[in-house]
Ligand binder design. Structure first.
Ligand code: NAD
Ligand code: UGA
Length: 465
C-alpha cells in the first residue's frame, strides 16, 4: 500500500508547529516535513544551535532529523506547492480591536494562510487546521480555497480539523504518547479519504484506538471544550481554596479526598494563584463569545464564571499580601519567586505572576524577581505593558540568585511551581530578611509547619493562617 501523504508543510513555526513537526519527522521517516514561518528570525533560530523554544527532548529530535526529512524555511509559496498536506498552525490570539474585542479569537493569520494556499497551490491539497479556532472556521477556509478552484481545475481541497492537545513543558511526551488524536472531516467520500490520509500519518506511532474521528464541527468544538473543562477544574478548586482559608479546611486534603473518586479523578486539582498561559483564557473567552453569538446567554455566563474566578483569585492573593504586610507595601522590598506561567517553561504569556506583580506595583512595592528560565527583558516588557516603563524602572529589580532577591525583603511570594523552590535553604532566607518575615505560597509548594518552625509568618493558598 502506497502511503498517501509523503510531503507535509506546516505554516507557523511556533510552540505547536515546531514540536509537532519534529515528532512527525521523527516517527515518519517516509515523510518530508517542512515548517515555514513569515518570521525569518524565528526560522533562522530553528536552523541554528539554539532553538527558539525550550521543550525537554525537542532539541535531540530536531538535531537528528533536521536536514534529513525535517526542514525549516521562510519560502512559504514553495512549501505550499510541494506539500500533499498542509498544517495551519499559526497563532489565534484574542482580538484586541473591533467586533468581539477582548473575547473573540483573531482569525486574520489563519485567513492569510488560507489565502496563501489558494494563491500558490498547483494541485490537490489536504489542509489541516491545527490552530485552535471557533466552530465553523473550516467553512471560511474552504470558501477561500474553493474560490481558487474556479480558475484552476487541477485544484481540489479538503479541510480537516486536527486540534492539538499538547501542554507546554511536556510537549514531546504529550506528542509521542497522546491520550488521543482528534481528526474531524467533511461527511463525504472525499472527506473520509482525507481523514484516512491523516489517520495514516498518526498511525505510524499512535495506536489506532486512540485516534478519534468526528465531523469537522465536533472536532473544532471539542478543542474549546477540552480547554474550558480543564480551566474550569482549576477555577473550581481555586474557589474552594477561598473557602478553606476562611474555615480551616485544607485545600490539598479536600482535593485529595474529592479526587479519589474515579469519576472525578485526581489530576488538575492543584489550587494556585490562578491559571495562566496563552490558551486557557483565550479559548474560554472564545467559547463564551461563541455562546453569545448563538444567543445562548446562560451558557455564556456559565463559562465566563471560569474567567471571573481566575481574575478574582489573582486579585485575592495580591490583596492578601498587602493585608498581611500590615496594609502597606509601599517602599517595601518583596521577593517574587517565579514569573513563568508554569514550571519548566520560559513562557510568560498570561502568567498570573504578571497580574499579581501589577497589583503590588500599584501599591508601590519594590519587587525583586527571580525566575530560573525567564529573561530580564521578558519580565520587564510584560510588566511595562500592564503598568508603565517608568514604574518598571522604578519598582522592579531582576535577580539571577534567589537568595539575593530575598535579602532584606519583608516577604517572599511564590508564583510559579518550579521544583527548585522546594529545595532552597529557607532558614538562610529567613535570617537574611526583615522581621517579621512573611512567606506567601501561591503554589502549595512548601510545608506550612516547617516554614512556621523556621519563623516565617506563612500564608498558603487554601490553608487557614
Ligand atoms: P506561536 O505564536 O508560538 O506560533 C505561531 C507562528 O505562526 C508564529 O511564529 C507566527 O510568526 C506564525 N505566523 C502567523 N501568521 C503567519 C502566516 N500568515 N504565514 C506564516 N507564518 C505565520 O503560537 P502557538 O503557541 O504555536 O499556537 C498556535 C495555535 O495552536 C494557536 O491557535 C493555539 O491556540 C494553538 N495551541 C497552542 C498550544 C500551546 O501550548 N502553545 C497548545 C495547543 C494548541
Ligand atoms: C493547556 C492544556 O493543558 C493543553 O492540553 C492544551 O493543548 C493547551 O493548554 C493549549 O491549548 O494551549 P498549557 O497551557 O501549556 O496547556 O499548560 P497547563 O499545564 O494546562 O497549565 C495551564 C495553567 O494552569 C498553568 O498556569 C498552570 O500552572 C495552571 N494549573 C494547572 C493550575 O493552576 N492547577 C492545576 O491543577 C493545573
Amino acid at each position: 500500500h502506497k502511503k498517501v501523504v509523503r510531503r507535509i508543510t506546516c505554516v507557523g513555526a511556533g510552540y505547536v508547529g515546531g514540536p509537532t513537526c519534529a515528532m512527525i519527522a521523527n516517527k515518519c521517516p517516509h515523510i518530508t516535513v517542512t515548517v515555514v514561518d513569515m518570521n525569518q528570525a524565528k526560522i533562522d533560530e530553528w536552523n541554528s544551535d539554539s532553538l527558539p523554544i525550550f521543550e525537554p527532548g525537542l532539541e535531540e529530535i530536531v538535531m537528528k532529523c533536521r536536514g534529513t526529512n525535517l526542514f525549516f524555511s521562510s519560502d512559504v509559496p514553495q512549501a505550499i506547492r510541494d506539500a500533499d498536506l498542509i498544517f495551519i498552525s499559526v497563532n489565534t490570539p484574542t482580538k484586541m480591536y473591533g467586533k468581539g474585542k477582548g473575547m473573540a479569537p483573531d482569525l486574520k493569520y489563519v485567513e492569510s494562510v488560507a489565502r496563501s494556499i489558494a494563491e500558490h497551490a498547483e494541485g490537490p491539497k489536504i489542509v489541516v487546521e491545527k490552530s485552535t479556532v471557533p466552530v465553523k472556521a473550516a467553512e471560511s477556509i474552504l470558501s477561500i480555497l474553493r474560490d481558487a478552484q474556479r480558475t484552476n481545475n487541477n485544484l481540489t481541497f479538503q479541510v480537516l480539523s486536527n486540534p492539538e492537545f499538547l501542554a507546554e513543558g511536556t510537549a514531546m511526551r504529550d506528542l509521542s504518547n497522546p491520550d488521543r488524536v482528534l481528526i474531524g472531516g467533511e461527511d463525504s467520500e472525499e472527506g473520509a479519504k482525507a481523514v484516512a490520509a491523516l489517520v495514516e500519518v498518526y498511525e505510524s506511532w499512535v495506536p489506532r484506538e486512540r485516534i478519534i474521528t468526528t465531523n469537522t464541527w465536533s472536532s473544532e468544538l471539542s478543542k474549546l471544550v477540552a480547554n474550558a473543562f480543564l480551566a474550569q477544574r482549576i477555577s473550581s478548586i481555586n474557589s474552594v481554596s477561598a473557602i478553606c482559608e476562611a474555615t480551616g479546611a485544607d485545600v490539598s486534603e479536600v482535593a485529595h479526598a474529592v479526587g479519589f473518586d474515579t469519576r472525578i479523578g485526581n489530576k488538575f486539582l492543584n489550587a494556585s494563584v490562578g491559571f495562566g498561559g496563552s490558551c486557557f483564557q483565550k479559548d474560554v473567552l472564545s467559547l463564551v463569545y461563541l455562546c453569545e453569538s448563538l444567543h445562548l446567554n446562560k451558557a455564556a455566563e456559565y463559562w465566563h464564571g471560569v474567567i471571573e474566578i481566575n481574575n478574582w483569585q489573582r486579585r485575592r492573593f495580591a490583596d492578601k499580601i498587602v493585608a498581611e504586610l500590615f496594609n502597606t507595601v509601599a517602599g517595601k522590598k518583596i521577593a517574587v519567586f517565579g514569573f513563568a506561567f508554569k514550571k519548566n517553561t520560559g513562557d510568560t504569556r498570561e502568567s498570573s505572576a504578571i497580574h499579581v506583580c501589577k497589583h503590588l506595583m500599584e501599591e508601590q512595592a519594590n519587587l525583586h524577581i527571580y525566575d530560573p528560565k525567564v529573561t530580564e527583558s521578558q519580565m520587564r516588557s510584560e510588566l511595562a505593558i500592564e503598568s508603565s516603563e517608568k514604574n518598571v524602572t522604578k519598582l522592579v529589580t531582576v535577580h539571577s540568585d534567589p537568595y539575593e532577591a530575598a535579602k532584606d525583603a519583608h516577604a517572599v511570594v511564590i508564583l510559579t511551581e518550579w521544583d527548585e523552590f522546594k529545595t532552597y535553604d529557607y532558614s538562610r532566607i529567613f535570617n537574611s530578611m526583615v522581621h517579621p518575615a512573611a512567606l506567601f505560597d501561591g503554589r502549595l509548594l512548601l510545608k506550612k509547619k516547617e516554614m512556621e518552625s523556621i519563623g516565617f509568618r506563612f500564608f498558603g493558598i487554601g490553608t487557614a493562617p
